[in-house]
Structures are given as C-alpha cells and as structure tokens.
Write a protein that binds this ligand. Structure first.
Ligand code: ASP
Length: 348
C-alpha cells in the first residue's frame, strides 16, 4: 500500500511513505531532486538496512539487497550486530558496480585509488581508516583498527597497517571502475570545452602522478556503501565504505571516517549516510539524525527532517534504524536493501 503525501504546505517535496513495504515495492519510486522517504511498519525483530550510495538507480540495488540478506544471515548464525554490519558492507565492497572496495573510484590522475571506511557500535565503539590504498576490503581493516588504541588510521600508515594485519597488497580495481574513469574524463573534457571552471585543479594539483593532459575541472559526486543493523538483542551497529568523490585533490577525506558525520550508532539506533561529504560533515549529519531518534523521533521522521534541513543542491541519502522502525531518505535517486521484516502477502 503506497501513500503519497506532501509534507509542509506549499513545498514541492514529494514524500513516499510505504506503510508496510517490501524493498522492491519501495524502490519503484526514485524522483531526482526531490526528497523521497521510504519507511516500514513497526518491527521488533532483527533487521538490516543497506544503501549502495545516493545516485545509484534502484535497479542496481540488487547488490545492496544481497548485502542485507548476507548480514541478516550472519545475525541468524549468532554473530553480533557489528559482525553483521561488516559482512553486509563487504558484499557491497566486492560488487564492482559500487564505489567502494573493488569498484572504488579511480581519481583524476587515472592511477590513484584512495578509500575511506568506518564502523560504530551501539556501545559507542568507533573505528575508521582514511585515504587507505592497496587493499580490497577497507571495512575489514577498520574492524582490525578496533583492536588498537586508536580510532582512525590514515594514508600510508593505514595501508601499511592493513598489510601488516595480513590483508593482501592489491590495487582494488576492475573493468567497471576503469570504464567509469574513462566516462569521467570525457565529461571533464566536455566541461572544459564549455568553459566551466569552478576551481583551478591544475594550480592545486598535489597527486604524485602528473596531471593528465586536458583535465582541469568538473564537480562530480561519489557514492558510498552502508549497512545498519539491529540484532535480536536490540543492539545496533553501522558500517560505511567509499572510494570517495572522484574530482578531488590527493588526500581528500570525506565524511565517512569523520566521527558523527557519515555514521553513528548508540543505544537507540544506527544511522549511515551517503552524499556530498563536505556538506555532510558541516551538518554532523549522522549524529544529528541519531539525536533526533534518541530524543523520541521515529527513524523515518528523523531522516526526513534531517534531509529537509540539507541544501538541495548537495546530494544526500540516509538510512536509519530505531528500536522499532526504519527509514530511508534521499534527495536524488537511491535504491536500498532491507532484510528482516517479513514481506507482506499480496504486495508487489
Ligand atoms: N560521502 C562520500 C564522500 O564524500 C561520497 C558519497 O557518498 O557519495 O566521500
């Protein structure tokens, strides 16, 4: 049963409330440049919600759905909310269509791949890596960071730590990421031809590799994969992993590994974001959504209100769980995965 509602008199925002939803039914609507909300009926059992990054069309959310099911399977096998959240994000890091792990963006120089990843548990444990290179599954490395006295490892230190912990020294790329890079270069060339120039990338170029000829400017987004989990015992966890945005200086860190920005979890819920990282950091977005939940808002309402307060010119997607419900919001198209609540008979 789909209910279409306008939120706030005079606004143009279209909000889709799915009273009792299967993921596929909810994914049928994805209106670009409008805030779209998906939510479900109260559900108290174990539940997993995933996103493959804002901007990812709903028809490519099958990998996110597989990730949600893998995480739920981990919960059913008796593993913790954190282990399940890591398992879900690993599935999406291994999916070459998504910008994380194997599919991570190749940066403007055509060679560099720098990834960020993070996790947080409902007990407040947090760990992250930033601008890590040469590893297939950054979220697994983050899991190992939990065993150190540190919260965040960055750059060469993070990469060396990963290899020291036994993770293979591989450049995680694939044909899909290379094709994405070629398309991006073509778009950059087109932007140059049209004279678009918001930032002088060559003047600030800090990659170890030279600026490829003809590349100067383009503002383009990224994608991140994320998983939030509520286990049967009511504990929460959240994980995120990203190849970051593609048009950046070397060493740029997005929202994912910044505490309170990309993800947050506590005793009341779990939140994971995707979108324009700099803006998400400025809004301390995940923490903001969590605070709304902790002070009594349902997850669906919390993500909607947070999205309404976000500038519409910046992309944003948020998934969140509370003790009884879930919510997914995005201001661009975004599929998602959901596992736990039983599908309702007779629904598409
Ligand atoms: N938030 C990510 C970043 O800024 C990218 C994205 O989710 O689109 O690195």
């Amino acid at each position: 049963m789909h209910v279409l509602r306008r939120i706030g008199a005079g606004t143009t925002w279209l909000v889709l409330l799915v009273a009792i939803a299967t993921p596929l039914a909810a994914q049928e609507v994805g209106e670009a440049a409008r805030i779209v909300l998906h939510a479900g009926a109260p559900f108290d059992g174990p539940i997993v919600l995933t996103h493959p990054g804002v901007g990812t069309p709903p028809e490519r959310a099958d990998g996110a759905q597989r990730a949600a099911e893998a995480a739920l399977q981990a919960l059913r096998a008796g593993r913790s909310a954190l282990d399940a959240a890591v398992a879900g994000t690993v599935v999406m890091e291994d999916d070459p269509r998504y910008n994380a792990g194997t599919g991570a963006n190749i940066r403007l120089d055509g060679r560099t791949i720098q990834m960020d990843a993070a996790l947080m548990t409902g007990k407040g444990r947090f760990a992250a890596v930033a601008v890590i290179e040469r590893v297939r599954n950054p979220i697994r490395v983050v899991h190992k960071v939990l065993d150190t006295p540190h919260l965040l490892l960055a750059g060469e230190g993070a990469t060396r730590f990963a290899h020291r912990m036994g993770f293979a020294d591989v450049i995680p790329t694939c044909a899909e990421a290379e094709e994405k890079y070629r398309r991006r270069v073509a778009r950059v060339r087109e932007a140059l031809a049209q004279g678009a120039d918001e930032f002088d990338w060559p003047a600030h170029w800090n990659f170890p590799n030279p600026l490829p000829e003809t590349l100067r400017d383009l503002a383009e987004g990224g994608d991140t994969v994320g998983t939030v989990v509520r286990a049967a015992d009511g504990t929460f966890a959240a994980t995120l992993s990203t190849g970051g945005t593609s048009i950046t200086l070397h060493g740029r860190v997005g929202d994912v590994p910044i505490f309170g920005a990309g993800l947050y979890a506590g005793a009341h819920g779990a939140v994971a974001c995707t979108g324009h990282g700099e803006e998400i950091i400025r809004h301390a977005m995940a923490r903001q959504v969590y605070e709304r939940i902790a002070t009594g808002s349902a997850a669906a309402r919390a993500v909607r209100e947070a999205a309404e307060s976000f500038p519409s010119e910046s992309s944003l997607g948020v998934i969140a769980l509370d003790r009884h419900g879930w919510g997914v919001v995005a201001n661009r198209q975004m599929g998602y995965g959901l596992a736990g609540p039983a599908p309702v008979e007779g629904q598409e």
